[in-house]
Design a protein. Sequence first.
Length: 400
Amino acid sequence: MNILVINCGSSSLKFQVINAESEKLLAKGLCERIGMDGSCITYENKADNTGKEFNEIPMPDHNKAVSLVLSALTNEKTGVLKSLSEIGAVGHRIVHGGEKFTSSVVITDEVIEAIKEVSDLAPLHNPANLIGVDACMSLMPGTPMVAVFDTAFHQTMPEKAYMYALPLKYYRDYKVRRYGFHGTSHSFVSKEAAKVAGRAYDDCKTIVCHLGNGASISAVMNGKCVDTSMGLTPLEGLIMGTRSGDLDPAIVDFIAGKEGITATEVTNVLNKKSGVFALSDGLSSDFRDLEDGYKGGNKYAKLAVDAFCYRVAKYIGSYTAAMNGVDVIAFTAGIGENSAFVRENIMAYLGYLGVACDKEENAKREDIHKISTADSKVLVYSIATNEELAIARETYELTK
Ligand code: AMP
């Protein structure tokens, strides 16, 4: 069965077609600037590797974008499907499932209503995700659709981990609690980590460090997430590309007063103008630039990288305490998969756990590889995440 995986944003739509049995990627692409001038579609046939196609085509709405995706997939020359009937199901990434969704579900009218109900927790993302669902339903009636939530994997967190120490009214009335994000990645990578470590998933303590432009970390004990660093929104936790991560909440009012701006404007700064971008004095949010700056003697690039790694190391320490030990640590996402420099810097804090970095292995770039030495007490891996494959697997399981 072929699965179409859709990740729909307010003005973009990423897609992949994956064969569920072979797990082979058949095609991928991206629609950008939907509803704006200069909209374009990029399409790649990965089955025959016919190269990347790029077309500027007006896309006034998501229906047009989905119809262009379906035409590209069935194009006589470069398509990977003879007809749309070769798509067995569609898997949609949905950012927020609130407390309602603890796993992926087949989409029904009731599910759509329930996703709408939790949309005030992700007002930018959930409505955009639903536009993609709607467009696919109208163009592919009868094809089963599945919702895969970024928050679902973290729903196993115990109360003591997800509750904020705030008046309970905020939780009862507004569902203010920690949810966590990147769940599809944490789930995928923790499973891969147990597999490569030769451990049973339900008998393994794993810490997954998802270090990308958005960054989060999770503690997965015996197959269940017991803690994760993002909270009500993705702002909490690690220092990220442009997000501050953890800070004293009193800062919001303090800066609002000093700068004469609103709390909303300060929150915007915390999301978009903070993180390593701010610490590097505006040099970059990209770790390739920060590493170059660090090695070139730029003291703010050094500060940004050092603060980032220090925060990750502190979380690893606290999650080791939360699980009373750790068997496996996995690094993933853009920085976790590619930056040997960052991985080594973080591992240097973990000597007390018996972690030892194999520098030669760590310097390699492979999809899955062990980067700890043979005598390291904790197994450490770099593992490529694959959220689309994880969505395809979930979709297949629910619709085969
Ligand atoms: P992601 O959000 O997972 O796509 O990760 C994107 C981030 O990964 C970029 O902003 C970079 O900071 C980082 N990144 C990607 N490639 C490299 C690399 N070769 N070395 C260091 N960092 C990288």
